[in-house]
Design a protein around this ligand. Structure first.
Ligand SMILES: C[S@@+](CC[C@H](N)C(=O)[O-])C[C@H]1O[C@@H](n2cnc3c(N)ncnc32)[C@H](O)[C@@H]1O
Length: 191
């Protein structure tokens, strides 16, 4: 089931909201990721392709929209990025299909307003190796933003922290995205 209010605006408009490389410096850390990774809801691949360059293993990128999956595959091919595996999959209905405790990193960006966020976070927890990291970003609700889901369903950082803890994630910390994504907050957590 597609997450509520998870459709994408026109790509150029979406891209305006993120300094992706600077955000990934914070979210993946300056050394990048040693091992395999997973992105839930990759959209246009805004973060997928830049992240893949920082990941030593493969990056599995899931989305429910065939056109978006095809676009991520096309871009990866065009840019010669061989470690992106974009896959058409409904992770709400079918899970991620990833082996338990197999990943070094998982990404959930602009998605935690879906109906059952703890279930998604539990799936992220399941696939991460012990000590591996989850990164989350979402639209802020404490300032006006030009885009983002309705405020009624837009989670605060505190709400996300509670959900992450309920899913079993640990060492939950806020990261500062003010300089690169001023309309977003970021969180990291470990399995
Ligand atoms: C708001 S977009 C964010 C895209 C990307 N994470 C980013 O920040 O640029 C959410 C994405 O999740 C996808 N999505 C929503 N529900 C899904 C589901 N149940 N399974 C797989 N993908 C889903 C949508 O198609 C959309 O591409």
């Amino acid at each position: 089931m597609k997450g509520r209010e998870s459709g994408m605006p026109e790509e150029a408009y979406w891209n305006r909201f993120f300094d992706v490389e600077a955000a990934l410096d914070v979210l993946l850390g300056p050394p990048g990721v040693s091992g395999h990774a997973l992105e839930f809801g990759c959209g246009y691949g805004t973060f997928t392709l830049p992240a893949a360059r920082r990941i030593s293993g493969s990056l599995r990128a899931l989305d429910i929209e065939p056109a978006l999956v095809a676009e991520v595959k096309r871009k990866a091919g065009a840019e010669g990025i061989n470690n992106v595996h974009a896959e058409l999959r409904d992770f709400v209905a079918d899970g991620s299909g990833v082996k338990s405790a197999s990943l070094a990193h998982a990404m959930i960006y602009n998605l935690l307003h879906l109906d059952h966020p703890v279930a998604l976070l539990r799936e992220a927890h399941r696939v991460l190796s012990p000590g591996a990291t989850l990164s989350v970003i979402h639209w802020r609700s404490d300032i006006p933003t030009p885009r983002g889901p309705s405020l009624a369903i837009r989670p605060t950082p505190e709400q996300c922290r509670e959900w992450m803890a309920a899913a079993g994630l640990q060492a939950i910390e806020s990261v500062d995205l003010q300089m690169c994504c001023p309309f977003h907050f970021g969180l990291l957590a470990r399995r």
